[in-house]
Ligand binder design. Structure first.
Ligand code: NDP
Length: 250
């Protein structure tokens, strides 16, 4: 048994910034070659690529909007073609469009649900077709505490993240016999661009409710992804792993 990911190929969606970026870098540090997907921040994605290559690993940049079914499908195909195989898929791309439900516009609902939920469906569907033939795969979905406990102002986001839990469990049952595991990590509040504009009062309230007394770092989530991607996690599937400093205990 080894925690090394040498010889493995990973695709991380939304890997130009934040949690996806830290995950791509940590997977590479553990030995994986990485396909880095991003939507619009080319310069940031190129920086991730430079760092992965400096670690001696192969890296391809694959721009695609995962909310678009055809682009998400092509993304997975390109990762397989350009890196030769696909062992690990991290469905991480996400965004928020927060508002109280009476002010939430249809487009705010659609972009959040399409990116998070439909994107994970489309990427997983394409990846599973390949992984089933190989009889090996690790799919790791990035959920949220919001999908477990709800959060006022996030009906769209909480619904998408809760939906991702259902997808995780159903798919884990579908593909377990092919040696493919599917798990979800539910991060609490992690310091990234996504949470940079939270009001100070909200941050202190979150800190007060967090037993470990700090916000998370992208690397806290990346480490959990690396674990679920490793051989040591080969008997774990269909699970939700919270990485939230103890914010939400169930
Ligand atoms: P960031 O805003 O820092 O980064 C988001 C990433 O997703 C970027 O790389 C962005 O690419 C990419 N992205 C957004 N939309 C798309 C799309 N349609 N197609 C492809 N890529 C896309 O977010 P975080 O790192 O904070 O969040 C990452 C994941 O973790 C999300 O799923 C989020 O919901 C989840 N999460 C985050 C928490 C937090 O506290 N930060 C807490 C719980 C969950 P680009 O910039 O190139 O457009």
């Amino acid at each position: 048994m080894s925690t090394s990911l040498e010889g493995r190929v990973a695709l991380v969606t939304g890997a130009s910034r934040g949690i996806g970026r830290a995950t791509a870098l940590m997977l590479a540090a553990r030995g994986a070659d990485v396909a880095v997907n991003y939507k619009s921040n080319r310069a940031a994605a190129e920086d991730v690529q430079r760092q992965i290559e400096a670690l001696g690993r192969r890296c391809v940049l694959l721009p695609a909007d995962v909310a678009d079914f055809a682009q998400a499908t092509a993304l997975v195909q390109q990762a397989v073609e350009q890196l030769g195989r696909l062992d690990i898929l991290v469905n991480n791309a996400g965004l928020t469009r927060d508002n109280l439900i009476v002010r939430l516009r249809e487009e705010d609902w659609d972009i959040v649900v399409d990116t998070i939920l439909k994107g994970a469906f489309a990427c997983s569907r394409a990846a599973v077709r390949y992984m089933m033939r190989e009889r090996y795969g690790r799919i790791i979905n990035i959920g949220s505490v919001s999908g477990l406990g709800g959060n006022a102002g996030q009906t769209n986001y909480a619904a998408a993240k809760a939906g991702l839990i259902g997808l995780t469990k159903a798919l884990a049952k579908e593909v377990g016999s092919r040696n493919i595991t599917v798990n979800l990590i539910a991060p609490g509040f992690i310091e990234t661009d996504l949470t940079a504009s939270l009001p100070e009062t909200m941050v202190s309230e979150i800190l007060r409710l967090t037993p470990l007394g700090r916000l998370g770092k992208p690397e806290d989530v990346a480490a959990a992804v690396c674990y679920l991607a490793s051989e040591e996690a080969s008997f774990i599937t269909g699970q939700v792993l919270s990485v939230d400093g103890g914010l939400l205990m169930q």
